[in-house]
Write a protein that binds this ligand. Sequence first.
Ligand SMILES: Cc1cc2nc3c(=O)[nH]c(=O)nc-3n(C[C@H](O)[C@H](O)[C@H](O)COP(=O)(O)OP(=O)(O)OC[C@H]3O[C@@H](n4cnc5c(N)ncnc54)[C@H](O)[C@@H]3O)c2cc1C
Length: 390
Amino acid sequence: MDNSIPSEYLEIKRIARRFVDTELVPLEAEIERTGSVARELRKPLMRKYAQLGLRGLSMPTQYGGAGLGVLAHCLLGEAEARALDAFQFIFRGGDPLLAHAASEELKQRYLVPLIRGDVEHCVALTEPGAGSDAGAIQTLATRTDGGFLLNGAKHFISNAEYADFAVLFAVTNRSLGSGRGISAFVVDMNSPGLKLGRRQVMMGRQGWHQSEIFLQDCFVPADHLIGAVDQGFELAKRFLAGTRIVTAGANCIGVAEQCLELSLEYAKQRRTFGKTIINHQAVQFMLADMVTDLHTARLLVYDAAASVDRGESPMPKASMVKLFTSEMVGRAADSAVQIHGGMGYCRELPIERIYRDARVWRIVDGTSEIQRQMIGGWLDRHGADQFLMK
Ligand SMILES: Cc1cc2nc3c(=O)[nH]c(=O)nc-3n(C[C@H](O)[C@H](O)[C@H](O)COP(=O)(O)OP(=O)(O)OC[C@H]3O[C@@H](n4cnc5c(N)ncnc54)[C@H](O)[C@@H]3O)c2cc1C
């Protein structure tokens, strides 16, 4: 498989892996202890990563990105997945909506510093009453002199606590019905009328915090609209689907790689009944299923990434990637716990954390059920010819 991947992409993976091993892994014990990355470390880490050219890898070069495609970003994502999720703020060095739909002024003011590692951001779509059914959000943006007034509440917003600005979705025209009349805005997190709510403690992903955001007559200037008014949801569907190939697909591959490596190593040294456990067929079968699953997922991810890089629509492959890889990583983490026995459940090894962290992938960024619904809807509209090799 490596023959089909340009050597410079593999080099990107190696450089990122070195950064993770030398700069981030030594900080992990302290993060596990405190539950956060210290504020004073955040900017230096982001800037260091930016200086390696890895922040904003697929962002346009005129704004400081590397201008590479989705496949290159996947290789990077695999290496990044080996770090704690607490470091996600280092890796999210761009924003597809800003890059593809925002005005030149917004790009200069928000995207450039984001890629450079000078600021952090968050994406605020989900609300207590609208997750999977994101088109049903209720946060309202009403026109006022020179801009909009935002009123409503968001929740589960990753990195809201540290973000300098949010890409935030609100309804601008309710009469258009669910999923329409929604606009995307850049909102400064220190805007009057914007208040951070409580931190919502999760099962895993320690240090990558989710929070509520409350908006009460929060003024947003008209020029902070991303793209055309009422088009925000369409833009999100157009530009965010492809990002799932990296954010979910490549990430799950990186985690599954780690599960396989750790499990194989353990199975070759742990002895029971007079032999190493890799010599028990039941353990071998678990490893065989893990590697088969991992390789299948990788083929799916690389194929989806390459087709987006060729300019093809990301659907339905992006949803297939999200569905398959998120379920694959769950199986890999579960087998890793089983192969490690009691040590897999014990906090002395990273396996139990990986198991907890992996569970979120079937939920976040569109659940498995929603991905199946999107794939099914696509088949209904387009038929299956693309996958029948007729
Ligand atoms: C750790 C974490 C980080 C997050 N970060 C962000 C973030 O940064 N920004 C942001 O905007 N959001 C974020 N989210 C929100 C996330 O995207 C939503 O949780 C997710 O989309 C699911 O929405 P929900 O939780 O409201 O579940 P619900 O929509 O209430 O779904 C509940 C269950 O019903 C099922 N279901 C719903 N509708 C259907 C249907 N039509 N057919 C079949 N089954 C259905 C779902 O699959 C699920 O099993 C985050 C969530 C988590 C847990």
